[in-house]
Write a protein that binds this ligand. Structure first.
Ligand SMILES: NC(=O)c1ccc[n+]([C@@H]2O[C@H](COP(=O)([O-])OP(=O)(O)OC[C@H]3O[C@@H](n4cnc5c(N)ncnc54)[C@H](O)[C@@H]3O)[C@@H](O)[C@H]2O)c1
Length: 325
């Protein structure tokens, strides 16, 4: 039986990757290692936990294993037990504003867990991994020096999350090259779509619009390369399974930044009563823009199938239908 291990597999992005792995028949089963963490205040009456429905219709193809990816024994047991063909490492504190207050936790998932996984992969007898895929972030670039960055642009993170992610990238490259474990690094940006529950700006805008609440926009010019989660997941699988993805770093993004105001305007097409207030930008966050996706288009022949507009339309429709039920 072919399996893939997705650490953080119960999460927003991990669950889409797990679904695509099954739907595209890349493996027979997906093992999701997750420590069932929450990153928002669960006592808030509006908090909605989507984890229950993330594997709707594919539960028999998914094996959930509870555990923390930072523990050597947990990873060792799982790899011994399932001998996965692919390991997608997504388990990590996923929000910059939380990482900046939890340095140790950020480094344990991005660096300790990453190093342990790679070391274990190299030490298990008669085991050969097809690909280790490390999930990084656009935050590794720090302040963008120009309108867009590509994979060769310099990485100078200015806060904890990006720093921990960049250390994880270095651990991936250094250890994988040393132990001869095949690797790929993915840098996503501002992912949005159905079942996100971490209160990112893309989710807050739609939730507030649905509740007729005023949206606070920090920075009129603030731009992000908003990326629809389905594009990201398909891209992950392409780079993991393509020979040209071997030992390479890829931005997997929409490939064109939009301002938060443009995101709001797009949502407004479906929810016209939306209203917002503009405030000063948050100076602790790096100034960002477009993450070029030319490399994945050229090397892997992957063009994200959903436009920015398609993604927002699907996401708003999902939220509207959910509210009807
Ligand atoms: N969503 C984005 O906009 C975005 C952008 C760039 C990078 N990323 C990265 O993508 C990955 C997935 O993010 P997401 O948006 O799906 O977040 P998420 O919170 O929905 O998923 C993360 C999952 O990992 C689990 N987890 C966290 N630490 C763990 C640990 N030590 N051991 C086991 N499980 C653990 C959590 O319980 C959660 O289910 C993260 O590494 C994040 O940093 C996300």
């Amino acid at each position: 039986m072919n399996t893939a291990l997705v650490t953080g597999g119960l999460g927003f992005v991990g669950s889409y990757i797990a679904r695509d792995l099954i739907e595209q028949k890349i493996v027979d089963k997906v093992v999701c290692l997750d420590n069932f963490a929450n990153y928002v205040d669960v006592t808030n009456p509006e908090y909605q936990d989507y984890r229950k429905i993330r594997f709707k219709d594919i539960t028999s193809d998914i094996i959930i294993e509870r555990g923390d990816a930072k523990f050597y024994g947990v990873i060792n047991n799982l790899i011994e037990k399932y001998r996965p063909k692919y390991i997608f490492h997504l388990a990590s504190l996923p929000l910059a504003k939380i990482d900046n207050l939890n340095v140790q936790e950020a480094f344990e998932s991005s660096v300790t867990a990453t190093s342990n996984i790679i070391e274990i992969c190299s030490s298990i007898k008669d085991y050969k991994l097809d690909r280790f895929i490390y999930t990084s972030s656009s935050m590794v670039y720090g302040n963008f020096e120009k309108e867009y960055v590509d994979e060769d642009s310099s990485c100078n993170p200015i806060e904890i999350y990006g720093t921990a992610k960049l250390c994880g990238e270095k651990a991936t490259q250094g250890l994988c090259n040393f132990y001869k474990v095949p690797w790929t690094i993915v840098r996503p940006s501002a992912v949005f779509g159905p079942t996100d529950m971490n209160n990112r700006v893309s989710q807050i805008i739609i939730d507030k619009a649905l509740n007729n609440e005023t949206i606070d926009i920090f920075g009129k010019e603030e731009k992000l390369d908003f990326t629809y989660v389905k594009n990201l997941s398909l891209g992950f699988i392409k780079v993991a399974t393509h020979e040209n993805g071997l030992n390479q770093v890829f931005n997997i993004t929409n490939g064109k930044a939009h301002s938060i105001l443009e995101y709001v305007e797009e949502v407004k097409k479906y929810l016209p009563n939306i209203n917002y207030q503009i405030h000063e930008r948050d100076e602790s966050r790096p100034v960002r823009g477009t993450l070029s996706n030319e490399k994945i288009i050229k090397k892997i022949d992957f063009k994200p199938p959903y436009t920015f507009e398609d993604g927002i339309k699907e996401y708003v429709e999902y939220k509207l239908n959910e509210n009807k039920n």
